[in-house]
Design a binder for this molecule. Structure first.
Ligand SMILES: NC(=O)c1ccc[n+]([C@@H]2O[C@H](COP(=O)([O-])OP(=O)(O)OC[C@H]3O[C@@H](n4cnc5c(N)ncnc54)[C@H](OP(=O)(O)O)[C@@H]3O)[C@@H](O)[C@H]2O)c1
Length: 289
């Protein structure tokens, strides 16, 4: 089996490259080989490679920057996934694509299900929603996996930022009114492998949109506290944390206050579930040594 993976240096892509070993030949394309902003390049690469599965792990993920460069965000997050879906359908192969909790406005007082109506607050969420819609409109076989608050031991993420800043600063103010599930890219890749194995075994669930985040919930403040506890356990200094509301930390893009995603449909349909966020964080941290 030949698996084409985009986004060579991304958090999820790098974990996929490690965790899909043994499933088949992995063809990994970074931006240098395949610029997703160029639809013609996408078509050429897919037609030349003729993969058995496409995994789109690349995206324009700079949420605040997207507000000032909507054309780039839409080219990469909306148009490119549609082109990948068209090419996958032409080959008769599935497309696995990742999306985000930011398709929702966060006003629901409970975890979001796949049946809830999206209403993104910013350009990034709008472009990711348009990508979902473009894939669905093609009508091929696809899995859209909406995840949240992704971190890893590489790349740009909250875990690494906190591990750098907390030992340096006496105090840090962290947003405490956004609730969600920090999700390790390693867990996303493990779940993706489990989905591929079910499909390969001829036992796939229904194609479509699914929520895929760690279990449990916390705030950014709670996530920072957990990272701080680990620093202290290593004998390192840790800033005193102050919980603040989002209104005290203005950003160009508004974030949903409720990012919780109900992942039960993926469990029912594909028998795939994620670990608790605290357990996944522990496993991720254990791999730093
Ligand atoms: N990060 C999160 O917190 C989060 C939350 C919810 C959902 N998601 C979704 O999860 C998926 C994986 O995210 P991630 O955190 O792994 O992202 P990431 O670490 O930011 O990686 C994204 C990758 O996409 C590549 N890319 C950007 N523009 C490109 C282009 N024009 N052509 C080719 N490649 C391009 C980047 O390449 P360069 O290395 O060259 O920049 C980067 O390697 C995405 O669909 C994202 O929307 C992420």
């Amino acid at each position: 089996m030949k698996i084409l993976i985009t986004g060579q240096h991304g958090q999820v892509s790098r974990e996929l490259q490690q965790r899909l070993q043994g499933l088949g030949e992995l063809i990994v394309l970074g931006r240098d080989q395949l610029d997703l902003a160029d639809a013609e390049q996408i078509r050429q690469h897919v037609r030349a490679q003729r993969p058995d599965l496409i995994i789109n792990a690349a995206a324009h993920t700079a949420v605040d920057l997207a507000e000032s460069e909507p054309d780039a965000a839409f080219a990469i997050n909306a148009i490119a996934p549609g082109v990948l879906a068209e090419e996958a359908k032409a080959l008769g192969i599935p497309l696995i694509h990742y999306s985000t909790d930011y398709v929702f406005d966060g006003s629901k007082p409970a975890p979001y299900t796949e049946a809830d109506t999206p209403n993104p607050l910013g350009v990034y969420g709008q472009s990711k929603l348009a990508g979902e819609q473009a894939i669905a409109a093609v009508g091929g076989e696809y899995l859209i996996l909406r995840t949240s608050w992704v971190y890893a031991n590489h790349g740009k993420n909250f875990l690494l930022t906190m591990q750098r800043l907390l030992p340096e600063k006496p105090q840090m103010r962290i947003v405490a009114d956004q609730i969600g599930a920090p999700t390790w890219a390693g867990s996303i890749a493990n779940s993706t492998r489990a989905l591929i194995e079910r499909w390969q075994a001829g036992q796939p669930g229904a194609w479509g949109i699914y929520h895929l985040t760690a279990q449990g919930e916390t705030s950014w403040f709670g996530f920072a506290q957990a990272i701080g506890e680990h620093l202290k356990a290593q004998g390192k200094a840790c800033a005193e944390l102050e919980a603040i509301p989002s209104s005290a930390y203005p950003t160009p893009a508004r974030r949903p206050l409720n990012s919780r995603l109900d992942c039960s449909r993926l469990q029912q349909q594909w028998q795939v579930s994620q670990p608790l966020w605290q357990d996944a964080l522990r496993e991720c941290l254990a791999q730093q040594h």
